[in-house]
Design a binder for this molecule. Structure first.
Ligand SMILES: *Cc1c(COP(=O)(O)O)cnc(C)c1O
Length: 214
């Protein structure tokens, strides 16, 4: 199947309220341009350098999303152009994004990453910490960021029930926050379950481009 056909199939399946983020990490420009030519304008990368290079090379009407773990000392490289940062996993990172956004005279949209997986390695807030931050005066404290929503990744497992439980717990938390408008959850292997659990944004790479070597 071609990249275009894969995209068309995914789009045909997704409910209209769910946004597709095309995850282009590790993929060469000519392949990413095939997705662009198929009509996609939202792309996600998980490394600052690759994100910056692709932003500089590709058409300027693309919305670039940072979907991976973001180190504080690298925020400055993407602050001038990034559209949405999915992986905000600490208040310190939020504060740094605010600082760099101010230098660029921008307000940067952010998602709080929630730790919903059983794995130790996944970054993120727990529900209590996220609740505390959302109830705080973040809007006045960090005027150059806007918390638009939440992001989560399920445990890497074949156990669909476990994945569903994790996504539903995040879906329930999201529903309790009507001030938020984005729930980013679901990747190639689990986006159907994520959408059933309330996702409004899916991040899909390998179903579009084929497997990566990472
Ligand atoms: C790589 C990546 C994806 C996409 O994964 P696929 O399984 O290739 O669809 C989604 N989200 C994040 C945070 C990623 O790093």
């Amino acid at each position: 199947m071609s990249i275009k056909a894969n995209i068309e199939q995914i789009k045909a399946e997704l409910p209209t309220h769910v946004t597709l983020v095309v995850v282009s990490k590790t993929k060469p420009i000519h392949q990413v341009m095939e997705a662009y030519d198929a009509g996609c304008r939202i792309f996600g990368e998980n490394k600052v350098q690759e994100l910056t290079e692709k932003y500089e090379t590709m058409p300027k009407d693309i919305e670039w999303h940072m979907i991976g773990h973001l180190q504080r000392n690298k925020v400055k490289y993407i602050a001038p152009f990034v559209s949405l940062i999915h992986g905000v996993d600490s208040e310190k990172l939020l504060a740094e994004i605010d600082k760099q956004a101010k230098k660029s005279n921008r307000v940067i949209n952010c998602l709080l990453q929630l730790h919903i997986a059983k794995e130790e390695t996944k970054f993120g807030f727990d529900f209590k910490e996220a609740q505390t931050l959302l109830e705080s005066n973040w809007k006045t404290q960090y005027p150059n960021v806007h918390i638009e929503g939440l992001m989560g990744m399920a445990t890497f497992t074949d156990n669909e029930g476990a994945i569903r439980n994790e996504f539903e717990s995040l879906g329930d938390f999201y529903k309790q926050h009507p001030e938020l408008s984005i729930l980013s959850m679901g990747m190639s292997g689990d986006y159907h379950i994520a959408v059933e659990s309330g996702s409004t944004m899916v991040r899909i790479g390998s179903t579009i481009f084929g497997a990566r070597n990472d």
